[in-house]
Design a protein around this ligand. Sequence first.
Ligand SMILES: [Zn+2]
Length: 235
Amino acid sequence: MHKILSLLVKLQKLDLNLDKIRSDKESFLLQVNSYEEKIKQLEKELKEKKKEPKEIKKKRREREERIEEIDILLSKHEEEKYKVKSQDEFDALDKEVAQLEKEKKEVEDIILDLMEREEIIARELPLYEKEKEEEKKRLKKNKNNSLEVIDKLIQKEEILKREREELISGLDNNILNQYEKLRKIRGGLAVTRIEKGVCEACRVKVSTSLAYEVSQGKGIIYCENCSRILYIPDN
Ligand SMILES: [Zn+2]
């Protein structure tokens, strides 16, 4: 094979490897981000959950205070009953008392519900915390694994980049530019094989005369259809 063509074939293989490494790195980075997001979300949920007992207790206190207020009003009304002068006044007072008693009953029910929830949370919170902490540990482990893979990919990338530098030092700038341009417009693939008379990249048949030229290994020959650089591997 022509010396320059053989360098281009090597360069293409190397670049495909680099492309793969970069895209792998990208997806592992996305994974790391998603683990971090999940960990943050978990911590937020845990913090919210830990606040719940306090919030319920506060609600219960408020309701208990309301009961005290109602009791004071009720005993006040009880005294007033002896001082009213008309049936209308008495009826109005009676109505007020009935309403307060109804409210008292409702507030008492709410207090009972709140107490029940307090109990449930006191029982469930430790379990919930344990479960979430374990999940967090698992996510952190996954994140670290992904970070390790990224580290290895970066090391590999560095080695290939150095190899690439060495390789392109043997190539003329014009040819290198042409190769880069082709790679850009042809989905990363600038150099391709002729396989059973067909361009392996675009699957179009290569004319016999062109295939012959390529087989002679005399220079850079392009696919008539996709303009990629063609080669036939040496046996
Ligand atoms: Zn082609």
